[in-house]
Ligand binder design. Structure first.
Ligand SMILES: C[S@@+](CC[C@H](N)C(=O)[O-])C[C@H]1O[C@@H](n2cnc3c(N)ncnc32)[C@H](O)[C@@H]1O
Length: 216
């Protein structure tokens, strides 16, 4: 499984680097940080969104925390990765057990319809790999799909944006990185809850959490 997962991921990263945006699947410590909200004792049955599940590194952890009455919708744009994930729900006994609570939707998250559907979202989208307007649209789509007061957890490889900025990018490229930095740091200032640094991951990553504004 691990070999098949890594080889599928690497092949897709090579062919579709902009949307894949990573050299390998997330590790278990990062997956655990991203799923922390699901371990809350005080919650009822939830509808959970996973944006960009890839080969399912985080999905496996989400599935572990699913309770009776929960449902998980995993939205994946890449057909090969969506296929791999669907197959995992047939072949991996730990996932097959919860398959009836999970839907893998093969589409661009931007096209996923609806408003205020989900109680929690975990996102693997590589925001730093996208042009700023696309990142803003995707962030907007997730925020549209989340209920007021719910949490979005996502990750960024630690320091990668600042490193690129420091590595002498100039002109247009530096402007784009600075705009992305302003946007993501701005969202964090507005909606951010405790972030969590995960060193034990390839690459070390920061798990970020944004709380949607509550309805008054
Ligand atoms: C960095 S990988 C993360 C994969 C997995 N969550 C993990 O942590 O190992 C990003 C994933 O987001 C998917 N993706 C990128 N853009 C997307 C979009 N607009 N809609 C849905 N999925 C998207 C990619 O195909 C890829 O599977």
């Amino acid at each position: 499984m691990a070999f098949a997962e890594w080889s599928t991921f690497i092949r897709q990263a090579k062919d579709e680097f902009m949307t894949t945006g990573a050299i390998g699947p997330s590790g278990p410590f990062l997956a655990d940080a991203l799923c922390r909200e699901l371990r809350r004792k005080d919650r009822g049955p939830w509808k959970i969104l996973e944006a960009g599940p890839g080969t399912g590194a985080v999905t496996r952890r989400l599935v572990r925390y699913l309770r009776p009455g929960d449902s998980l919708t995993a939205v994946e744009i890449n057909p090969s990765l969506a296929d791999f994930l669907r197959k995992s729900f047939r072949d991996n006994p730990l996932m097959a057990d919860k398959a009836s609570q999970v839907e893998v939707v093969e589409t661009d998250l931007l096209k996923f319809p609806g408003e205020a559907i989900f109680d929690s979202a975990v996102c693997g989208l590589p925001f730093n790999n996208f042009p700023l307007p696309l990142t803003q649209d995707l962030m907007g789509a997730i925020e549209r799909l989340l209920k007021p007061g719910s949490l979005l957890s996502y990750f960024e490889y630690y320091g990668i944006r600042r490193l690129r900025m420091a590595l002498g990018r100039k002109g247009e490229k530096l402007n784009k990185l600075t705009e992305m930095d302003d946007y993501l740091v701005g969202r964090e200032r507005q909606l951010g809850e405790t972030s969590e640094m995960v060193w034990w991951n390839l690459l070390p990553a920061m798990c970020r959490r944004l709380r949607m504004p509550a309805n008054d």
